[in-house]
Ligand binder design. Sequence first.
Ligand SMILES: [Zn+2]
Length: 268
Amino acid sequence: MVTPLVFRGASAGQCNICGEFGKLTEDHTPPKGCYRPTAMEVQHLHQALSAEPLPRKYKTNNGVRFRSLCAHCNNALLGGLYDPALIKFSTQVARLAMFQDSLPRNMAIPGQPQKIMRSIYGHLAAATVNGYGQWSGYEELSHWFLSGKGQLPAGLKLYYWFYPYKPQIIVRGFGFTPMIGSGSIFVGWVMKFFPLAFLFVNQEEGIALDLPEMSVYSDLPMDAEIDLHIPLRPTTHPRWPESYVGEHGLILSGNHAMRTIERPRRFR
Ligand SMILES: [Zn+2]
């Protein structure tokens, strides 16, 4: 039996997203309904991609839970409105990547960026106890999440990429520079669970990471569905960017990190 890591905190308090005081409910990351691959499926996919498998040495859990959101943010908005778009998109990527004999270099999968972005923000915002007001731009982000309108704070971008690995990763508030001398420090929140990774970063104007960016679709209507482009190869390092930035990069800190992976299944 695999169990989620649970961070309970108080049963009542301030919601991490809207800031209202009241009864708190548990957020589950990744949301229930997302595809969970078996170890065999992941191994098969790695062969198809010629990717390095990860060593299995981590403690085992199935997702994480935080009691940090009010019922309205958690159930009506995240669970009721935004998560279904993330679950659908993530499941379609998983199916298309896994059930093909030969993988193309790129895929285009339909998705609703406005809902997917808010779903990712909601789970990242939930992933701490007593977090309201603890990050920059939280008021604009709350308005953007709650109203379904408005823009991300200036300089905040959301990138996504293919993540064909089993460990689930949530890291909030770390700084990194992809290349020493690139003159830019990125401050990021990252969330990864098979088959996709998402990274919110604050960055200067005119500098971009070489990854697909979802935040370019911030002006679309809430229900708009478009083809989202996903390069499958080359694969991004499984621990990029939170603990691997390559030979010439730099990690500044990681003040809130967790990693979960299922216990390896026994052969029967
Ligand atoms: Zn709330």
